[in-house]
Ligand binder design. Structure first.
Ligand code: M6R
Length: 604
């Protein structure tokens, strides 16, 4: 996702900003930019693509003496990756960089256009700089204008703003997106959206909390809490290892990504949950014109989210749905009809089989939609419509947060289609939206859950194999649980529909067969329970994940009680991911880069 850096001091500012941005490259981005304010004048550079393009653009520029500067790497959410949409965004006398999403930007943009402001980009961010200048022009002091601007913003943000009206100062605010201040003995001041950007430059940092804002200048650190009371900054020592800074204290990227799910799920929903309806500004009513059915096509984990979606689409939007492995679809000479909406799902947007299937669908004249995590990827460029999953860059080869956001987006899409097709009432959709809002909290990793999976993991290191079983959407979740464990533990695992066990697989049941059984309270509980009882009667070793303790299980991972099966789905998903990771850790495997696997499979 996006990265932010800032600097106040007398060293060569451009170089320091670029160095900081380089340290944030691991987060992924599609454009970058800097703005430097020196002696009351701005110099700004932006470039599409990698930082080297930005470096080339500003190769002949350098500062001498005191300056303030801000920089940004952008991962497109609102508006395509273009130079105009790259940050910093400018007004008449100010520049801003921003991470996160301003949910109410359309309303604010309309207001600013009416007030005479001209917008250059398609981004949500640009409203910030225009609001600030608007309030300043109304006669407010710069800091008051900044406060008035913050009061208008809804959504998540980390913001740095510089203005010629106070040219030694950087205004900042944090609400829902990370932002860190760094200082050193030379009285230089830095900002970074991750401490990776600050290592080696400063020795003390202030990790800002949500709602905190203020300004820095050479002499001052002015910090305010969300009640607008001045607070004393809490200084911490900065970690020294860059790699560990990228992992933000977690042992593995996979672990970090599991813990990030709660946040990225909020990102995936930002601006998309309306009042009794789902809002996808990426779509229009033409998407369903003449469409009678949906084909999902994908690979691996993305196939599992497609399979989960097929249950939701048929249940909620009452539309016929097919799910295909892209590697099979390509060569089976499929019947391609124009009444089919062809949906590819992919974290990377580059998976060869999925991409080729998409090309086939395009060539046959089908309408296409990509659910993807990487803007400007091949699939995004090729599809008629795109919905970005907004999971941020995923580094662990074993996909976690991409799966979580794909399922959330697909659930939202099923409700969007349900409205368009009139298959659900506004009230019923509103009830689902209320449930969607609970998902981020349900996926926040609790110490108790992590500790439980850590303790249990030692009992699941050997044996002759694992079955993961579930019914309905919990069947694709079982498949995903099995894939996660297989990828990083190298143990034999299989996912099965619970009801299928007695049709063959149960022949394997004995104490050395481990079964991970998903028992949701709100989806076919009694039926799934009977299936587990059948295995228990054959002395299989069973670990149940449920909100209901189950006396016939050997082990139990509790989830919280709730009122919707999809909340159980997301909580179980986290339990499965943690269990897989802890088993792999005990086996001494490379969790982030398991053997024989690549993050992006660009060959068939
Ligand atoms: O980038 P994609 O979503 O298209 O990738 C598809 C699969 O290669 C991917 O999900 C793979 O199965 C992961 N290693 C799963 O953890």
């Amino acid at each position: 996702m996006c990265g932010i850096v800032g600097y106040i001091g007398a060293r060569e500012t451009k170089g320091l900003l670029l160095e900081g941005l380089k340290e944030l490259e691991y987060r992924g981005y599609d454009s970058a930019g800097i703005a430097v304010l020196q002696q009351g004048a701005f110099k700004s550079f932006k470039a599409l693509g990698k930082l080297v393009n930005l470096e080339e653009k500003c190769a002949n520029y350098a500062t001498e003496g005191f300056a303030v500067g801000i920089g940004h790497t952008r991962w497109a959410t609102h508006g395509k990756p273009t130079e105009l949409n790259a940050h910093p965004h400018m007004g008449q006398f100010s520049y801003v960089v921003h991470n996160g999403i301003i949910e109410n930007y359309q309303e604010l943009k309309r207001e600013m256009i009416e007030a005479g402001k001209t917008f250059l980009s398609q981004t949500d961010t640009e409203v910030i700089v225009h609001l600030f200048e608007y309030y300043f022009e109304q006669g407010m002091e710069a800091f008051e204008a900044f406060q008035a601007t913050l009061a208008r913003l809804e959504g998540a943000f980390a913001i740095l703003l510089v203005t010629t009206s106070l040219s030694e100062r950087i205004f900042f605010a944090k609400h829902g997106s990370p932002l860190i201040i760094g200082i050193n003995a030379q009285h230089e001041k830095f900002f970074g959206s991750s401490d990776a950007a600050l290592i080696g430059k400063c020795d003390q940092v202030i990790y800002l909390n949500d709602g905190e804002y203020g300004y820095l200048d050479p002499e001052t650190i002015a910090l305010f809490n969300k009640e607008h009371k001045p607070i004393t900054p809490a200084l911490c020592a900065l970690p020294e290892s860059k790699l560990s800074a990228q992992k933000e204290g977690y042992r593995f990227f996979m672990e970090k990504e599991i813990y990030e799910q709660s946040t990225v799920l909020s990102d995936a929903m930002l601006g998309r949950l309306g009042d009794g309806e789902i809002l996808f500004e990426e779509l229009d009513s033409a998407i369903l014109e003449g469409i009678e059915n949906v084909t999902f096509c994908s690979c691996g984990t993305s196939y599992h989210s497609a399979l989960a979606a097929s249950y939701l689409f048929e249940r909620l939007a009452k539309i016929e749905t097919h799910v295909a492995f892209a590697s099979e679809f390509r060569y089976r000479e499929p019947l391609l009809r124009k009444s089919t909406l062809f949906v590819v799902i992919s974290q990377s947007g580059e998976t060869a089989d999925t991409l080729e299937s998409l090309k086939m669908a395009k060539a046959a004249g089908l309408r296409t939609l990509a659910i993807c995590n990487v803007d400007n990827s091949s699939m995004v460029r090729l599809s008629d419509y795109t919905i970005l999953a907004r999971a941020g860059i995923e580094k662990g080869v074993a996909s976690t947060k991409a799966f979580a956001t794909q399922v959330a987006v697909l659930w939202m899409l099923s409700l969007y289609f349900a409205k368009a097709r009139g298959t659900m009432s506004r009230e019923a959709i509103a009830a689902e939206i209320t449930t969607l809002r609970e998902v981020p909290a349900k996926t926040a990793v609790s110490d108790a859950l992590h500790e439980r999976t850590r303790r249990l993991s030692k009992r699941y290191l050997h044996g002759h194999g694992f079955f993961f079983i579930g019914r309905d959407v919990f069947y694709p979740l079982a498949l995903e649980g099995a894939l996660k464990l297989k990828e990083i533990s190298y143990l034999h695992t299989e996912g099965y529909p619970s009801g299928e066990m007695k049709h063959g697989p149960i022949a394997l049941a004995d104490p050395e067969l481990f079964t991970i059984a998903l028992l949701p309270r709100h989806m076919l509980f009694d039926k799934a329970k009977s299936n587990v009882e059948e295995l228990s009667a054959r002395d299989a070793t069973i670990c149940v994940i449920s909100s209901e303790p189950f006396e016939k299980a050997d082990d139990f991972i509790p989830i919280s009680t709730c009122n919707h099966y999809m909340l159980e789905f997301f909580e179980m998903m986290v339990a499965l991911q943690l269990l897989s990771m802890e088993i792999a850790v005990r086996l001494g495997n490379d969790v982030d880069m398991p053997r024989n696997l690549a993050k992006s499979v660009t060959v068939e």
